[in-house]
Design a protein around this ligand. Sequence first.
Ligand code: DAH
Length: 338
Amino acid sequence: MKQKIETLLQEIEMSIIESPEQAEQYRLKYLSKKGELNNLFADFKNIDSSEKKEIGVLINNLKERAQHKFNEAQLLQSNTTYTQAQNDLTKPGFPFSIGTLHPLTITRQSILAIFERIGFTVAEGPEIEDDWHNFSALNFPEDHPARDMQDTFFIDKDFALRTHTSSVQVRLMENQKPPFRSLMPGRVYRNEAISARAHCFFHQIEGLYIDKNVSFADMKQTLLYFAQEMFGAKTKIRLRPSYFPFTEPSAEMDVSCFICNSKGCTVCKHSGWVEIMGCGMVDPAVLINCGIDHEKYSGFAFGMGIERIAMLKYKVNDLRLFSENDIRFLNQFQSASE
Ligand code: DAH
């Protein structure tokens, strides 16, 4: 009996299972009901009980080995089928989509990059603001309409969602010492009905430049540089007098229409100019509010809407598209984000 077990073990070790047919032959020969192993178990019943313990262990080992070999061969075969399929070089690739940068991110990054090249750094501030940082320090009179419930989302009587990034100017000036050459990008909120031209939230980039002897001419040259980098070397700018509580004098800046080369189109409403930002010399009252010596320092500030610039640059005619997450819209900015 021992001899038989030994021979079978050798046979099993030597047998080759490389195809499904060979596996089936192996199974029939050793593992099936009428196979060698079952025969052994039948013979086992008849042996002398003094030998049973020793032989029992041997038969069990043999069975385990036989089954293991069979399982291993099957596993190998299923893996081979899998690898063969993987190695089919004619198969089309998996369409992994890597996504795109959001058009507002692309626009924000290019605006920041232009100013960073002339030494501006980026600062950020909270979206929930108190009255002081959003209004009072910026010289908004107590009864200014912008404080009205119509425009501002109040959280309680002391706090609101910031209505502009100008609040970050205040935080910067309060916490650091001049000179400043900073950009403050971020999301702002206004209580407006949502339409193609207005939304209850949008994004701005604020700029602040404070140093000794800063003049209106410095501002004009800085903004001309920006306009030409952003919209093309031939771009002209025009400053129109305006009013903001925190700047004096204040201006709106237009750029020559880069869509029609100022010949007149629907974007510039046939005027040849498109408005892109507000700007002005920081009002001394704001410097005083923020603890900066207004006799020693002066500066300029500007603020623009990122959506507005993106709409002009990419000819987008509906503001809502930026926040709807429609993949058909977003996918169009694939190449711009590379
Ligand atoms: N805060 C203004 C707004 O939300 C934009 C602005 C205008 C910012 C003039 C400025 C500025 O810093 O000087 O409409």
